[in-house]
Write a protein that binds this ligand. Sequence first.
Ligand SMILES: *Cc1c(COP(=O)(O)O)cnc(C)c1O
Length: 826
Amino acid sequence: MKKTEFSDYRTAADVDSIRHSFLDNLYFVQARFPEVASLNDFYLALAWTVRDRLLSNWIDTASTYYRQASRSVCYLSAEYLPGPHLRNAMLALGIEPQIRKAMTALGLNLDEIAAQEPEPGLGNGGLGRLAACYLDSLATLQIPAIGYGIRYEFGIFEQAIRDERQVELADKWLRGGNPWEVPRPEINFEIGFGGTTDHYRDESGRYRVRWHPQRLVKGVAYDTPIPGYRVATVNLLRLWNAQACESFNLDAFNLGDYERAVDEKIASETISKVLYPNDEPMQGKRLRLEQEYFFCSCTIQDIIRLLLQQNSSLELLPEKFAIQLNDTHPAIAVAELMRLLIDVHEMDWDDAWKLVRRSVSYTNHTLLPEALETWPVELFGEILPRHLEILYEINRRFLDRVRMQAPDDVGLLARLSLIDERFGRSVRMAHLASVASHTINGVAKLHSRLLQQRVLKDFHTLDPQRFTNVTNGVTPRRFLILANPTLTGLINDTIGDAWTKDLARLQELEEWAGKSDFQAAWREVKLHNKQLLAQTIRNTSGMEVEATSLLDCQIKRFHEYKRQHLNILHIIGRYLDLKQGLYPDAPARTWLFSGKAAPGYHFAKLIIELIHAVANRVNADPDVRDRMRIAFLPNFNVSSAERIYPAADLSEQISTAGMEASGTGNMKFALNGALTIGTLDGANIEIRQRVGAENFFLFGLTESEVATRRAGNTQPRDHYLNDPQLRAVIDAINDGLFSAGDGNRFRPLVENLLGHDHFFVLEDYSAYRTSQQHVDHVWNDKSKWTRASILNTARCGWFSSDRAIKEYCERIWRVSPVAIKQQSAT
Ligand SMILES: *Cc1c(COP(=O)(O)O)cnc(C)c1O
């Protein structure tokens, strides 16, 4: 039977069919009737309704890929932050208007229903969000691709603020059921841990190794459809869930040892239980390494299964799959692929290694040496004894090759080795990823350059042609069309809608930038978005913010290098100035902060505390409250991001130069018409080049100045002593102005700044303050500001993730689009 024979109202896109299938799903999937259904029942019924339409395209996509056996991208990422699916899926399919009508006909409100969806918080921030943008672009560009990751039962913690402090609550995102995933119990693999290896010669005299794991866990696939925008392509996000192996705990069960059987079940499931809430790797955490290996082994076994299912031989692996490592979290996949090829599929080492080297590529995301992932050799060998052997062998062969090129350079060998021998022995995951990859890329021009000059300098010297840059991008579907429908409407009315698939065409807005009518309409949109955000802030914190004030936003993970404390120091400075009548013409400003701090990162949490303490004083002070407001929106996530980026006037991108690999928040702000105040760091540099220096507020040390200062002997206290305004700020904190006289509360923060100030907050303070005054100055010229805002949007189309993905496809993966023809009669 052909699929077309049974796709009727279940997949059709007209209002009547949609209403019909919505009720059908409400009755027969949710088992509810409208009179007693909850909002969540309605949400689930609508999600099933949209999902049926996705699955129809999905099947067309999968069968086309199966028939054509085209080269596919396998994107390996330990994190994904896709945001709520429902609205994005309706947008992709182009059925939102009909759905809205169908809901209205039933007396329901689509927006209320959509707001029910909990978002999958399967990532910490930028890295996971990037992976989600890339999956969106891959599907939109019709590239065969599978995203592989972990189905964490608990995602990134929910942040609440109590008594000015962050508290963490468990993220129970699966509580209400997840209609977007399709469990695939038949796609499962056994994953071993621990145990011993056994080296022997087989009957034909071949040297073989057998791994006898001490423990087995089962990985089960859960598939989420990823629709392309206005194309029939629906790709796959395959997340692995850890379960107990029946075969394994049955032994204990049969022996009557029920408790052990249950304990093993719990221990197995723990592996995919929770996302580690740190931006930086968890050095030495056994469970984290188990998670990484678990997901990589499932993924590599699945890739081999797909390859053999297409009747391809293993030799065709590089022709059929491009395996991308999103940072080093999946780097262990390299050793797992080697193990499967040589131990299980009996391939020779050299042949296997060639296949690896032609299939794998690696994206580095960080330069911070302390953030590079390493594992103690002992722990690694305990959990993955066979993989440690393979790693040693990769290393031996690699270093032999280096030795031939540079026989006398002992230092070079030590620096390149996969094993860091300096402080106890540890495995360098970035080196493993680097030796195995045909291409290594950074995520912005500056970052890629520093990667080549510092972190992977010796690898670059050996093989410069393997290095490249792909500057990050963001999807315009979620961060313009969905997040900013009013601006989307204005742009469509002005230049048409071709920009949604070719974002560079936003350039056509340039000729409108100086026209006063268009400027007025542009300001109208911004004001509207600010009113919506003000509503959100009112609902969450009860705080009133004035939508006409300059909205100044810093929303991102809390981290010293991102320097939220530089921002709050400047706010305190302005407060003190206004109190003294020193800045009488300061325009009204609202500062908005949002972001989580890793639970164990005390300093970052103290910055959150300081922001709240300052806000509580300033917001309550009648002397300044008409010109200063400070808001903190708790629990920053994709949903709240979608409300903030479109409302912002000013985007704070103030990291210490050389420390933010790229940033993507900076792009989302600029695309929504915010002006940036920022340092020459990450993609800020490229944003400034594109929007023009006159439309960007630059300040601060450059990366090379930072490097020079680090090498020298700077005294942060000198800035305190020489700048009276800065001194007043620090003294105010120290005297307890924001902590009811308790000078101790923020002492660690003050001492850190005056003592070593590793992130040059005090050094950059005065330049930042000057730049902020320039911001006020431009803001007071409405036409000038609006023109700059329009130009930011018009000139940032290049930062689309479609552009980034095209670069990956052409330069790294060598994959081409495969058009999908819809076979259903929709
Ligand atoms: C864009 C985004 C980030 C990354 O923001 P940066 O400013 O680049 O650090 C993190 N979290 C969410 C939810 C985002 O949408």
